[in-house]
Ligand binder design. Structure first.
Ligand code: ADP
Length: 256
């Protein structure tokens, strides 16, 4: 079941042994409704991954609190799925074994989970690869498997850190559409970090715009596009107007 995320006064300062502390994220308030698709965009170093890793419970906050539903986040949650830029599959396990591994470790692997894993692998075009090993697959196929792995336990929250940035444009767009299908099939709250403004607009209900030095959430923009979002949207003028508006907010000097 999708759950909301609430950040109150969250900041992060990295203490370093060599230099002065680095303020990576200034005090941030943000509330995401259950089932919302929210993206974070902004230049490198503006604190996107820092924010995501704090929501994941992988990194402690310096100030403030994060709640997912009623749970205060102090450590990683089983009900939160995470997808990173690189697929991190174990090369000595098959695709299906990789996808089922978290449930196996959690002791929740049953026939329902297995059936869901097989259904999702089919849905993302990997049905025929389930008994193959990761090194035999392309980067895009491995990332599809990593996304399926994050979804089979039906997490209420899915955190994605530039999951498609290492892929070519065609594969990236295909995976965006597959992610939309999976998210529609199994609604959940998604926080999606990307450098790609068009990707954020295509996928999201709202987009958070961040700036660097120090990292700051500058604005949150509603994306006024109907769903389902279909591939032809990418070549429509109102889509490009929204992308242009956000680009100008990130870089006010860019009037194009
Ligand atoms: P983004 O994901 O937007 O590229 P990050 O969250 O990775 O930004 O980084 C934000 C800032 O924090 C950057 O200045 C980065 O150099 C710094 N930073 C990130 N991780 C660490 C760390 N472990 N130790 C010290 N500084 C860090």
């Amino acid at each position: 079941m999708a759950v909301g995320i609430d950040l109150k006064d969250v900041s992060k300062t990295y203490e370093t042994s060599k230099s002065t502390p680095i303020l990576a994220l200034t005090n941030t308030d943000l509330t995401l409704r259950p089932g919302e698709f929210f993206s974070l965009v902004g230049p490198s170093g503006c604190g996107k991954s820092t924010l995501l890793n704090m929501i994941a419970g992988l990194l402690p906050t310096s100030t403030g609190d994060i709640h997912i539903g009623s749970d205060k986040i102090v450590k990683p949650q089983r009900s939160t799925g995470i997808v990173f830029q690189h697929a991190t599959l174990l090369r000595w396990l098959t695709v299906l074994e990789n996808v089922l591994l978290p449930s196996k470790i959690a002791g929740t692997l049953d026939s329902k989970t297995r059936a869901l894993a097989e259904q999702y692998l089919e849905l993302v075009g990997l049905g025929h690869t389930k008994h193959r090993y990761p090194p035999e697959l392309s980067g895009g196929m491995q990332q599809r498997a990593a996304i399926v792995r994050s979804l089979v336990s039906n997490p209420g929250v899915l955190l994605m850190d530039e999951p498609f940035s290492a892929l070519d444009e065609f594969t990236r767009e295909t995976l965006q559409d597959e992610l939309m299908r999976l998210w529609t099939d199994q609604p959940k709250t998604v926080v999606f970090v990307t450098h790609n403004i068009a990707e954020a607009v295509y996928l999201s209900d709202r987009v958070g715009i961040m700036s660097a030095r120090p990292g700051k959430l500058e604005a949150v923009v509603d994306i006024p596009l109907d769903r389902p979002r279909l591939p032809e949207l990418r070549s429509q003028s109102h889509f490009y107007e929204i992308v242009g508006d956000i680009r100008r907010q990130i870089d006010p000097g860019n009037s194009k």
